[in-house]
Every structure is written in C-alpha cells, then in structure tokens.
Design a protein around this ligand. Structure first.
Ligand code: SF4
Length: 217
C-alpha cells in the first residue's frame, strides 16, 4: 500500500460506528453537553497530561464554583489548586487559570478568540489546546495533534513524521478537511482503547487490514 493510496475515507467510514460506541474524550463530552467555549477551554487546559477520569472529577469540582470567566477571576490560586487536584501539573495549571481572566480581558476584551495565533497567547494554551478549542468550541477547521494522533497516523503509514508539530503540518496538507474536526476525538478514543501505545489490540481493530502497523513509539 503506497502512502498515496492510503484509504483514509474507508478508515473513517469503518471507525464511525466503532467510535460511537466507545467513550468519548472528556472535552468532546463537555462540548456536546454545554457547547460553552469557557468550559471547553478550561477542560482542555486541565486535560493536558491528565487522564479523562481525573479531568472529569476536576471539572465537576471546579465548574460549580467557577461557572464562567468572571467567577473564575474571583478564586485564589490556592482555591483553584484545591479544586483541580490531582490533575497533572495542578500547581502550574492553577496559576495559569488564575491569570486567564485578566489576560483575556486585556488582550481580547474578555472574549475567547477562535484563531490559533490568538488562543496561544492565553496562559496554559499551546498549539494542541488551541486547535482543540478552535475545533470543538467554534467548529472551525483545525487539526489537534496530540500523542495519539501523532502515533496512530504514523502507525497507519499515512504519514511519516517525527513530532506532533510536523504531524499537524503534514495532516494540514493531506487530510481531507471533512475529517479535521473528528480526527482528534476519533484517534484519542482509538488510542485509549484499541491502538494503545504499548501492545495495540490489532486483532480487534476495525482497520486491521488497512493499517501498515508501523509500530514505532
Ligand atoms: S491495526 Fe493495530 S496499529 Fe493499526 S490502528 Fe489498529 S490497533 Fe493500531
């Protein structure tokens, strides 16, 4: 199978019914439940290097006390730490969330932007988070590449890249735009359940016969 003929449409067609039955990533869940860019932004920041289970518990504690940017601005760093513990890097994230309302006000008049170059100016927001927020909160074309997307696209043999940024740039060139929004949630879900980093379950993967199984890290 050459790279040019990788059957990307068939891959997504086969993944559609499978992904529907598996548990969606927490950020997608929040997006479908609330559609609120504030909640999506906060959940995305908290979810970095954190399991969905821990992120879910953290937002369940944080959102009742800080349902919007204004209420978040009234919480101390210590209080935010207490509410989001034990997400990964919770001290650092608490500081970033504490700064967020002020930076947002100063730079964007309090309105969460939808452009990547604007979003990455917010505390705690890197390219991955910015792409995910743009796609899930604003339904704008964006490809959010995290470790799962990077690993699985390379395993498929669809691309050959060294890091997530290279993967994002390559996918922008070759991935049909109709899949930009879904690739992250599909491959996060697939990556957490079937195409796991170590010992992927190829035997029960719906695209077993289409994948080149290039099992690098
Ligand atoms: S066939 Fe194996 S390596 Fe390929 S996507 Fe499925 S689980 Fe991953």
């Amino acid at each position: 199978m050459s790279k040019k003929t990788f059957p990307i449409h068939e891959v997504f067609e086969r993944l559609d019914p499978v992904i529907e039955k598996l548990e969606a990533p927490v950020v997608d869940f929040i997006a479908t439940q609330s559609g609120d860019p504030y909640k999506i932004l906060i959940a995305t920041i908290l979810s970095a290097r954190t399991t969905d289970q821990v992120t879910t518990k953290a937002v369940q504690k944080l959102f009742p006390q800080a349902p919007d940017m204004e209420s978040l601005s009234k919480l101390t760093v210590e209080k935010i730490e207490e509410l989001i513990y034990p997400v990964g890097f919770y001290r650092q994230k608490a500081k970033q969330l504490h700064k967020l309302p002020q930076v947002l006000q100063e730079k964007f008049n309090g309105v969460i932007p939808d452009e990547i170059d604007d979003l990455i100016q917010l505390p705690g927001v890197g390219r991955k988070t910015a792409n995910l927020v743009r796609a899930t909160a604003f339904h704008k074309p964006a490809i959010c590449v995290d470790v799962h997307v990077h690993r699985i696209c390379n395993r498929w043999g669809y691309i050959k890249t060294k890091n997530p940024l290279e993967t994002e740039m390559k996918l922008r060139k070759i991935l049909p735009e109709e899949y930009w929004l879904k690739i992250n949630s599909y491959l996060v879900t697939l990556g957490q359940t079937i195409c796991r980093p170590q010992r992927p379950h190829c035997d029960r993967c719906p695209i077993n016969d289409l994948c080149r199984k290039i099992l690098t890290k």
